[in-house]
Design a protein around this ligand. Structure first.
Ligand code: GLY
Ligand code: MN
Ligand code: MN
Length: 419
């Protein structure tokens, strides 16, 4: 932050689901990363101007409120258990804000999240400007603190990787519990329930994103979350499910044959996606880029689709014209961490960013042939396959955090057949 800086971090509040019901609390990821404080309506202030280095504003202890919504650490707990140098009631934050703004030569604050704070900040800065004749200088800049925190979050420390490994192990067990339900006559929501039961049973907060269970042509809808159809014989089911553990996400997709045997056009598409995923995984090492991974996966997909006559022309021409986007329309990778689509820049000075140890991302190629895609041979219509793993870059290569969850057709068949 440099000297004479004051940084404000606003925690998350409660979100209304409908009328007077609320979603379960989820802390803002940056706030969680910096403080480990998991209660609503808190503010953290970090200072390098000689004032207290770390102040927390928190909801105070309140016997009547705690009967309804549970324990609050309160002002005393903020100091004792969260290492704050100072703590105050959240209600005092707006009152203290002008003084904090006056103290800062550089103010770190995310504009647009709290209109009252934004307006107090601009009013205070304007007042100081009017008094500049008296030698009082307002902060020369309001800087977005995410410019510092997000590069930190992009590189996972060993303790973070340990949590992500544990999230991967729970996700393995959950996919295993779900795969058993890949049987004709079962419902998509039964797979979802088995998976999410396992997440909770093993101590994860729940799903890191809304679980996707798409049987048959539902697998071609990229964010299908209705999960309400029956599973049918001779089709496949795409399951994209990962848990959130201590704030960290896992993000895993497997595609299972309903009834437990890959066959026909479904198997052919599955094998293409598996080859594309392996081609992507082969690129995972320091110095390579997510774009190298994507290019390798795209090439394997185009080669496979040409072999199956789902595309015609030269492989390089089809890559150039992006004709494959009819069947593979998303990117192969995204950063993974406290958010499923995690923070961190993808380019540096316009160039794809080289991978470095500590970065974690997904490799998730897919092929999706819409049920009404008249350009594709009838037997392939309504087939969707994605295979997704979570990869951590190491100093010499990479670690596939989710490699224990099978992808090989024989192993997938055994995974579905297990009792
Ligand atoms: N589950 C969201 C994604 O794969 O990006
Ligand atoms: Mn996913
Ligand atoms: Mn993903």
């Amino acid at each position: 932050m440099g000297a004479d800086a004051v940084a404000l971090f606003l925690g998350a509040g409660m979100m209304t689901r409908s009328a007077d019901t609320e979603y379960r609390f989820r802390q803002n990821s940056d706030f969680w990363y910096l403080t480990g404080f998991d209660h609503p309506n808190a503010v953290a202030v970090l200072r390098t101007d000689g004032g207290p280095e770390y102040t927390l504003y928190v909801e105070p202890r309140d016997r009547a409120m705690e009967i309804w919504t549970g324990y609050r650490p309160g002002v005393e707990g903020a100091k004792e258990h969260y290492d704050a140098d100072e703590a105050h009631s959240s209600a005092g934050f707006h009152e203290h804000l002008p003084d904090l703004v006056r103290a800062a030569k550089r103010l770190f604050h995310v504009l647009g999240r709290d209109p009252q704070a934004d307006s107090l900040i601009s009013k205070t800065l304007e007042e100081l400007r009017l008094r500049s004749r008296l030698g009082i200088e307002p902060a020369s800049a309001i800087i977005d603190p995410r410019s510092i925190v997000h590069p930190m979050r992009l590189f996972k420390e060993p303790a973070e990787l340990d949590i992500m490994r544990r999230a991967a192990a729970i996700t393995h067990e959950a996919h295993s519990a779900g795969a058993k339900f890949a049987q004709p006559g079962m419902n998509e929501f039964e797979m979802e329930a088995a998976i999410e039961y396992t997440f909770r049973r093993r101590g994860a907060t729940g799903a890191a994103y809304t679980t996707i269970v798409g049987g048959g042509s539902n697998a071609t809808v990229l964010h299908y979350i209705t999960n309400s159809d029956k599973l049918r014989e001779n089709e496949m089911v795409l399951v994209d499910a990962g848990c959130e553990l201590e704030g960290y996400a896992s993000d895993v997709t497997r595609t299972y044959p309903i009834g437990g045997r890959f066959a026909g056009p479904g198997r052919a598409i599955y094998e293409i996606v598996l080859a594309a995923q392996r081609a992507g995984l082969d690129q995972c090492q320091p110095g390579k880029t997510l774009s190298d991974i994507h290019d390798a996966s795209v090439r394997a997909i185009v080669e496979g689709l040409v072999d199956l006559k789902l595309l015609s022309g030269s492989v390089s021409g089809l890559i150039e014209s992006e004709a494959y986007k009819r069947m593979y329309m998303h990117n192969t990778s995204h950063w993974l961490g406290l958010d499923v689509h995690d923070v961190g820049s993808y380019r540096i000075d316009g160039e794809h960013r080289p991978l470095e140890a500590g970065m974690v991302f997904t490799v998730e190629p897919g092929v999706y042939i819409a049920a009404d895609d008249e350009e594709s041979n009838l037997e392939f219509r309504g087939i969707g396959v994605r295979i997704e793993d979570d990869i951590a870059v190491t100093s010499s290569g990479c670690e596939n955090l989710t490699s224990a969850i099978p992808t090989e057709p024989d192993e997938i068949e055994a995974f579905v057949a297990q009792q």
